[in-house]
Write a protein that binds this ligand. Structure first.
Ligand SMILES: *Cc1c(COP(=O)(O)O)cnc(C)c1O
Length: 732
């Protein structure tokens, strides 16, 4: 590309010959759009955005949908107007290089996995907002896990479900009550292709239950170097109920649930086999997919002539199980007749009795009153199990101690690997540019290393603050746009819409709170004493403002009441213009929020937050965490890298805990957070605050990155499992 192209501003039609045939430019763009690698590469994102910024936003940042609105000729013209040729070619070459390369890290650290990849099972994957097959933290974690595995070059194939309607879209009605809307996802606009077997034919597998058989097709989605296989039961020939089986994430009753888990687990293992993939490790991300182990046992019995017990031991040796929640409702349980209906035919092949099968999902195998628990199955059928933070490890060992009644708590074989986030996905472009200038040249390949991040202390404080402010302004513009649109849809008055267009002030300390509205997360803790909050919000010298977002599960009435309480605050003049609720929390909303707030608030009832990851995203962008010492924050907080609420104690009674934590929250805000934020030097800079931002970035960004997390899984779980090395799951 030595030719330079100039376009006269008066003539929109370029007059020079195209450098490439129209088709090939279009094809290159489609190739870029067909691998979600683009979603964490700012150059490629801006390339798509520049094609048509307004449609880009309206189409949920979906490049395939966008490109379909172009003919190859129009794309060619648009590219010429914007001089996009070299950017498209450069991005295309980078993708090809990326896919052709095995990174240094994997060559030295994950060699043995090469021919025996990790099969990573999860019921949801949150890779990008344009692919809505996730609901929240678990899905985003799975997405971040496979993106980092791709970056590090870990041989890994991911397995999940394709949902035709995904998770619901959230709107609030005029009373602030959550409405759920399910939209059909246009699969043809997603980067999906049929997964093809060694013979080149699309793979379909069959699963039989006592009440009939169903077919499942396997779709392939490319996420960098990782292939994500998505099971889809919407296949001709299936009964209508089976075709609908995979329409909604966490929809339907327990029977739908067990059937989805059968498709993901048993179907997933069959799909791998049909594709000629022989995994060396099964990683069950949460118990949902634990039926995979039973199918893997069947394979070994059939292929290697092993007995059930031998095959079970062998499968357990190669299985890694991660548990994600100490909340009892988060653990799937099925009664005996559902198990027999769905696993009966498989059980016949395993040659075990119904009682034996039920026993695998029970703490006490003989206890007829116990239902079948997927977490118990996962724990029994894996030699390596882990929780997702240090504290969660302790809680989980206590929670499941009765599975190992002869062991003391410290010897319960459950370790922990703390969650982390995929840095390129969550880091704001402007912050990345700042880091690019101050950090070592190859820092983007060394994001999991502590040394890299020490350089933040050499950044000019004024420059860091300015960058943060630019991002904060972006967030506020986003909030105003969304909230005014919400008001209009809800049919509020013109004044209300206009007020929303002018709400929030960039000079005010801005606190963000966004997560699922599960009651234990206590979204309303800051409203414990409404007068006190009102006084803080309206303080004439040092006010605060709040931005909320989050969905409640459709069946969670108390969660919906919390949303209503917050959404209706704006009717109270004391809060008008200073409290915002953004509807339809998703990856896009999360990205805006963690990149623009000053403070990220997290106040779950300890110790129910297993890890939490949104605060880790906030760290990367310079926001300070204000959090209960729960989940990841219990091991992250060092006194100078954010703020703690309380001292990590909980009372046996929730109402007492809530009252104490609310008091601690107000105290921390009034004595630490607010004074530090408004303490300005002669240049208007909050020097001590900025120092804390730097401490937060240097001590936390690498430690709570998904690169560090995946490296930990490789070293402490995958390699031992693949090599069959007998280590005592000492991943604590
Ligand atoms: C990161 C993320 C979460 C997880 O946040 P928590 O801190 O675990 O509550 C949930 N939903 C979305 C959309 C996210 O991006």
């Amino acid at each position: 590309m030595s030719q330079t192209v100039t376009v006269s501003s008066t003539s929109p039609r370029p007059t020079f010959p195209p450098l490439l045939s129209a088709e090939s430019l279009y094809d290159k763009c489609m190739t870029l759009a067909s691998n979600l690698w683009w979603s964490w590469n700012p150059d490629v994102i801006s390339l798509f955005r520049d094609l048509d910024p307004i449609r880009w936003r309206q189409l949920d940042h979906n490049p395939i949908a966008l490109l379909k609105e172009f003919t190859p000729e129009r794309l060619e013209m648009r590219a010429a107007e914007l001089v996009l040729y070299s950017r498209i070619n450069h991005a295309y070459r980078r993708l090809k290089e990326y896919l052709g390369d095995v990174p240094h890290w994997a060559r030295t650290n994950a060699g043995v996995l090469g021919s025996k990849p990790v099969a990573y099972f999860s019921l949801e994957f949150g890779v990008h907002e344009s692919v809505p097959i996730y609901s929240g933290g678990l899905g985003v974690l799975s997405g971040d896990h496979i993106k980092s595995a791709s970056g590090l070059g870990v041989p890994l194939v991911a397995v999940g479900l394709f949902y035709h309607q995904g998770y619901f879209k959230q709107h609030l009605d005029i009373n602030g009550w959550q409405q759920e809307e399910y939209l059909d996802i246009k699969a043809e606009n997603l980067p999906l292709e049929p997964a093809r077997g060694p013979d080149g034919k699309p793979v379909t597998i069959e699963i039989c239950t006592r009440t009939g058989c169903l077919f499942v097709k396997v779709r392939l989605m490319r996420v960098g170097r990782v292939n994500l296989l998505l099971m889809d039961s919407d296949v001709d020939g299936n009964r209508p109920e089976d075709r609908d089986l995979t329409s909604r994430l966490y929809g339907g009753d327990n029977r739908t649930r067990i059937r989805q888990e059968l498709v993901a687990g048993v179907g997933g293992v069959r799909a791998l086999r049909a594709l000629g993939i022989r995994p060396g490790v099964y990683h069950l991300n949460e118990g949902h997919s634990a039926f995979a182990t039973l199918e893997a046992i069947r394979e070994r019995m059939k292929d290697n002539g092993l007995s059930f017990d031998e095959a079970l031991r062998d499968v357990a040796e190669h299985t890694v199980f991660t548990t994600h929640t100490p909340v009892p409702a988060g653990h799937d349980r099925f009664d005996a007749h559902l198990i027999e209906e769905h696993l009966g035919p498989l059980r016949d092949e395993l040659g075990i009795s119904p009682q034996q099968l039920m026993g695998l999902g029970r703490v006490e195998p003989q206890n007829e009153h116990e239902t079948f628990c997927m977490t118990v199955l996962g724990l029994k059928l894996s030699r390596r199990a882990n929780a997702v933070s240090n504290l969660h490890g302790r809680v989980t060992r206590r929670m499941w101690a009765h599975l190992w009644p002869w062991r003391v708590e410290d010897e319960i074989p459950i370790g922990h690997i703390t969650n982390g986030v995929h840095i390129p996905s969550w880091l704001a472009y402007q912050m990345r540019q700042l880091y690019d200038r101050y950090f070592p040249a190859d820092w983007d390949r060394r994001m999991g290393e502590p040394e890299v991040w020490q350089e933040i202390h050499h950044v000019d404080p004024g420059e860091l603050w300015e960058t943060h402010h630019a991002l904060k302004n972006q967030l506020l513009a986003f909030v105003r746009r969304r909230v005014s649109r919400q008001c209009r849809r809800r049919g509020e008055s013109d004044e209300a819409v206009e007020a929303a267009r002018n709400m929030l002030d960039p000079n005010i300390l801005t606190i963000g709170f966004a997560r699922r509205f599960a009651t234990y997360k206590r979204a309303d803790l800051i409203m414990y004493q409404l007068d006190r909050l009102a006084a803080m919000i309206n303080d004439p010298e040092r006010p605060i403002q709040l931005i909320f977002a989050g969905k409640a599960h459709p069946a969670d009435e108390p969660g919906k009441r919390l949303i209503q309480k917050i959404a209706n605050l704006h009717r109270d003049p004391r809060f008008a213009g200073r409290v915002a609720f953004i509807e339809d929390y998703d990856i896009n909303v999360c990205r805006h929020m963690v990149q623009g707030v000053d403070v990220w608030l997290n106040n779950p009832r300890r110790p129910l937050e297993a890890s939490g990851t949104s605060g880790q995203k906030a760290v990367l962008n310079g926001a300070l965490n204000l959090s209960i010492l729960d989940g990841w924050w219990a091991e992250a907080y060092d006194g100078s890298n954010g703020f703690a609420i309380g001292e990590g104690a909980s009372h046996a009674r929730d109402d007492v805990t809530d009252a104490r934590d609310a008091e601690a929250l107000y105290e921390t805000l009034q004595k630490q957070v607010i004074p530090l934020y408004y303490d300005r030097d002669i240049d208007g800079l909050p020097r001590q605050w900025i120092r804390r931002m730097m401490n937060s970035i240097s001590t936390l960004a690498w430690r709570f990155s998904a690169d560090r997390m995946v490296a930990d899984y490789v070293r402490h779980a995958y390699l031992p499992a693949a090599g069959g090395i007998s280590c005592d799951m000492n991943i604590r």
